[in-house]
Design a protein. Structure first.
Lengths: 319, 562
């Protein structure tokens, strides 16, 4: 008790007050000096940290928004979007740190894509521009879609900071880009027109089948070029007729089919795939290995027989 | 001109150049100090006794700054007790916040497009930027504590009693101003922490009966917080509240000087205020004693703040505000936890059997249209402040002596205990033991939240990038990943999961006994990895369920050092 009493009735002497005050000011000034001297380096270290965090945040945006068209590893998706991790697109970069701890990016191999299209700004700015506002003029029809406009200002879902983050993420591929033959490269401006086969006119049955395809929501999971089907959950159906023929000839199909007799014609295969999706699981889907149980298993009850015939005829005609 | 020059020349002719310059300088000095010559100041600094007549009272009559301060204090209030200098410290912190705030203001734009980027610029591109931000934030939180303690001390010493009722009243206004200053500043970084804390806070305004939606609209400038809300909060923070603060500090302090600081209760005849009747031998002169005392306090307070900001304290900055993503476990700032705790009281009348309590709630909802949330948060919460406002006017006891105030002091302690209990209930973990106020998802998602919190760092991000090994590892008691750090992280997750299997959370939920987990590390880019925690368990309905949570980790993001 008496100790507490001593403390709370303590009255510092004049000298003690002056001394304590002076020491405090000294401490205050030395903290400021210390910070003033070391702040340059610490600012740079922190700037590098925040750039790293921007890349982390950008990765999340990429997997949420972009991977479905540009691939899980930035390799691109046939018909949906070009690779962004290719050396052709990102070039090759190195990170350098100087003695001031300042981190900067050195471009070792510049992007060939920028040269090809004559973009004079930086790669980062090109990515930001395309992501924000899309590609305003379509120069090639190898892609089924126009680029979505992601910027909030253009009605998209992403804020400016998110777009800058995803640009940082894509530029970061440049540290170890994919070799060009492992990615899907965009055609040069003016080219690519020929890459698309001239569409064969559909028979009335096939045309009816196309309408079934759209009406039944297949388009939400399976892309078909030129008909507005952009889903990327299941394999694309661009060449379904030809693919079906390849499938039934493959050993993978013969060894894995279960619960159903193996199909012998492409039409049978397609019908089987629609009615019994789990009979055979296709190896590769746009976002990695295909999963069982994803495709609805009730089409036998949902699609009338006549419609089903038309649908199969339509898909088999795509070659 | 000629006239001035003539006088000067004449003086030089009569007294010599050196003496003239010395005398003119001393004149200027005396004008600057409002009445003290250089020799007077030297005497003060040397601790000399005041000469007679005492020139040290001149600044109190001549100059503004000293004129608002008394010329002497009673000896009894110059020890640590009874004031603990908490009022002085409140004023010092207020000033300190204005100075650091003006610095930050230079680099800040109140717009959702720029605010967050400005914060990053302050941290990465402005010399002293992080230091100033830490100081401002730390100072704000310290100010809330100091002002509250100041209130507690004036309550305990009974200094709110006649004639100081209005001093207390203006003090409560200052407490509210302090809380609102802190709260309005909270939004400005425009990060997730800020955005959701303020969304919760302003949604209370929405629940106010009758005028709620209008009030909410007035605060936010739109149905949701956006550009309009940010600008308003900014203007509140830098104009409105500081202005109210300055005005009320002036009134408050005028009252303090007018009545004098109350003496320790035992030195006062019951019911008779004698603070201004100071016998000459008990007077401690302002110059030099009180002034040096205050300067000492200012020096120590600022030095402690500066050392803290330079060492252990770092103001948080979470991800950019995102109205579409509500982070798990969003909370109000800690000084509003009690309000959040109030909101969690489930019924209008607590402690009744549930069936009756529900009936009572229904009655109130039907007749008055208010729910328990509105009642506790919007009516009872502000009523607590009303209670503070009227306290000096309803306390009938004239005596300030502790022995005479047993009831009031017990009530005060009870009030404090309730506030602390409610504050504990306000945080997501709830009150220890009783579990009241606990909010949490199912146990698997709580494992995810514990290791990869939506905001903040957490163990997974704290483990440095280099400690991760690419691969997929089962979560068990003796992992063998080849990296000591990753092994110990996996062990920690394992232990956490096991604990949740045995010990139910306050809502009685456990992680199902056969639950298993995996931790997967994927290489995404050269220097970027993804860490995924997957837990397979059986949910309450008996269905096999999978919980998945991931984060990206860059080699240079430096969470480990934070
Ligand atoms: C920004 C906030 C505040 C400032 C700057 C401030 C400043 C001061 C100062 C400098 C004093 C002189 C005595 C002392 O240092 O204790 C004082 C006294 C007093 N304050 Fe405050 N104060 C603030 C908030 C409050 C609050 C929140 C309350 C109570 C609700 C309060 C109630 C009082 C009372 C009753 C006195 C008279 C004490 C006495 O005469 O012993 N003040 N205030």
């Amino acid at each position: 008790m008496s100790i507490i009493k001593k403390i709370i009735t303590f009255r510092p002497s004049f000298t003690l007050r002056i001394l304590t005050g002076l020491v405090s000011i000294l401490i205050l000034l030395s903290v400021c000096t210390f910070i003033g001297l070391s702040d340059r380096t610490r600012l740079n270290v922190r700037a590098a940290q925040f750039e790293s965090r921007a890349i982390e945040a950008g990765a999340k945006v990429y997997y949420d928004q972009c991977a479905r068209c540009h691939g899980a590893n930035g390799e691109g998706v046939e018909g949906l979007g070009p690779g962004l991790a290719s050396e052709f697109f990102v070039g090759r970069i190195e990170l350098v740190r100087d003695e001031m701890q300042q981190q900067s990016i050195r471009v070792v191999v510049p992007s060939e894509r920028l040269k090809q299209i004559g973009w004079t700004g930086s790669l980062r700015d090109y990515i930001i521009a395309v992501t924000e506002s899309g590609i305003p003029v379509k120069t090639s029809n190898v892609w089924d879609v126009n680029h979505p406009t992601f910027g909030e200002r253009y009605g998209g879902p992403l804020r400016g900071d998110q777009i800058r983050d995803v640009a940082s993420f894509i530029v970061n591929y440049g540290l170890n880009p994919l070799p060009n033959d492992q990615a899907i490269l965009p055609p040069a401006p003016g080219e690519g027109q020929a890459a698309r086969p001239t569409p064969v006119p559909l028979t009335p049955e096939q045309e009816a089948g196309k309408q079934v395809y759209l009406a039944q929501g297949c388009a939400a999971c399976h892309a078909i070029r030129g008909v507005g089907a952009q889903g990327a959950i299941g394999p694309n159906m661009n060449r379904m007729g030809a693919v079906a023929a390849e499938r039934i000839a493959s050993d993978d199909y013969k060894s894995k089919i279960q619960g159903q007799p193996p199909a012998t014609t492409p039409e049978e295969y397609i019908r089987q795939s629609i009615l019994y999706p789990n009979a055979y699981i296709v190896p590769q889907c746009p976002q990695g290995p295909c999963q069982a149980n994803l495709m609805p298993r009730n089409y036998a009850q949902v699609i009338p027989p006549q419609d089903l015939d038309n649908l199969v005829a339509y898909l088999a005609s795509l070659k | 001109m000629a006239f001035v020059g003539q006088k000067l020349i004449k003086q030089i002719q009569t007294t010599g150049l050196k003496a003239t310059v010395a005398q003119r300088l001393d004149d200027a000095f005396t004008r600057f100090t409002a009445g003290l010559s250089w020799n007077d100041v030297r005497g003060i600094l040397r601790g000399d006794p005041p000469p007679k007549p005492n020139p040290r009272v001149k600044p109190h009559t001549e100059g503004f700054w000293f004129h608002i301060r008394p010329t002497f204090y009673h000896e009894a209030v110059t020890t640590l007790y009874p004031t603990f200098r908490l009022g002085l410290l409140s004023a010092l912190f207020f000033t300190f916040e204005i100075i650091t705030g003006i610095f930050l203001m230079i680099f800040y734009t109140p717009s959702p497009t720029y605010a967050y980027g400005n914060m990053i610029d302050i941290l990465t591109n402005v010399p002293f930027g992080k230091f100033m931000r830490d100081l401002h934030r730390l100072g704000a939180e310290a100010m809330v504590i100091v002002v509250t303690l100041h209130m507690v001390r004036t309550f305990v010493t009974g200094s709110y009693k006649k004639p100081r009722q209005f001093t207390w009243f203006t003090g409560v206004v200052l407490l509210i101003v302090t809380l609102f200053l802190s709260f309005s500043g909270y939004l400005l970084p425009w990060d997730q922490l800020a955005f959701w804390a303020v969304t919760i806070g302003t949604s209370m305004a929405d629940a106010v009966p009758l005028i709620g939606p209008e009030l909410n609209l007035l605060l936010r400038g739109a149905p949701d917080i956006g550009a309009g809300g940010l600008l308003r909060f900014y203007l509140f923070h830098v104009v409105l509240f500081p202005l109210i603060g300055v005005i009320f500090v002036a009134v408050h302090y005028y009252k303090v000087v007018r009545f004098g600081i109350s003496l320790p209760p035992e030195m006062e005849p019951v019911g008779e205020d004698n603070a201004r009747k100071v016998p000459p031998e008990k007077r401690v002169p302002f110059l030099p004693d009180i002034l040096t005392n205050e300067l000492m306090y200012a020096g120590v307070a600022f030095a402690v703040l500066a050392v803290s900001a330079a060492t252990w304290y770092s103001a948080p900055l979470e991800h950019h505000a995102d109205p579409l993503v509500t982070p798990n476990h969003t909370v109000a700032p800690w000084y509003f936890y009690w309000l959040q705790g109030l909101l969690k009281i489930p019924h209008m009348i607590p402690f009744l059997p549930t069936s009756i309590a529900v009936e009572v709630d229904r009655f109130f909802a039907n007749v008055f249209g208010i729910t328990p949330k509105v009642f506790w948060g919007v009516i009872v919460g502000p009523l607590m402040f009303l209670l503070l406002f009227v306290l000096p006017y309803i306390d009938p006891n004239p005596s300030r002596r502790y022995g005479d105030r047993k009831i009031m002091l017990s009530l005060g302690a009870l009030f404090a205990a309730v506030i602390i209990y409610l504050s504990l209930a306000g945080i997501p973990t709830g009150v220890p033991i009783t579990g009241f106020g606990y909010v949490g998802g199912d146990p698997a998602s709580e494992v995810g939240q514990a290791f990869i919190p939506d905001e903040g760092v957490g163990p997974v991000r704290r483990l440095p990038y280099s400690q991760y090994v690419v691969g997929s590892f089962p979560i068990n008691a003796d992992p063998n990943t080849g990296s000591a750090g990753l092994d110990s992280l996996i062990r920690d997750i394992h232990n956490d999961m096991e604990a949740r299997k045995v010990r139910p959370d306050p809502l009685g939920r456990r992680l199902s006994a056969e639950a298993t987990g995996t931790l997967e590390v994927k290489q995404i880019q050269e220097n970027l990895r993804q860490v995924i925690i997957t837990i397979n368990y059986t949910d309450e309905a008996g269905n096999p369920t999978q919980f998945k949570k991931y984060t990206f980790l860059h080699a240079g993001s430096g969470y480990a050092v934070e």
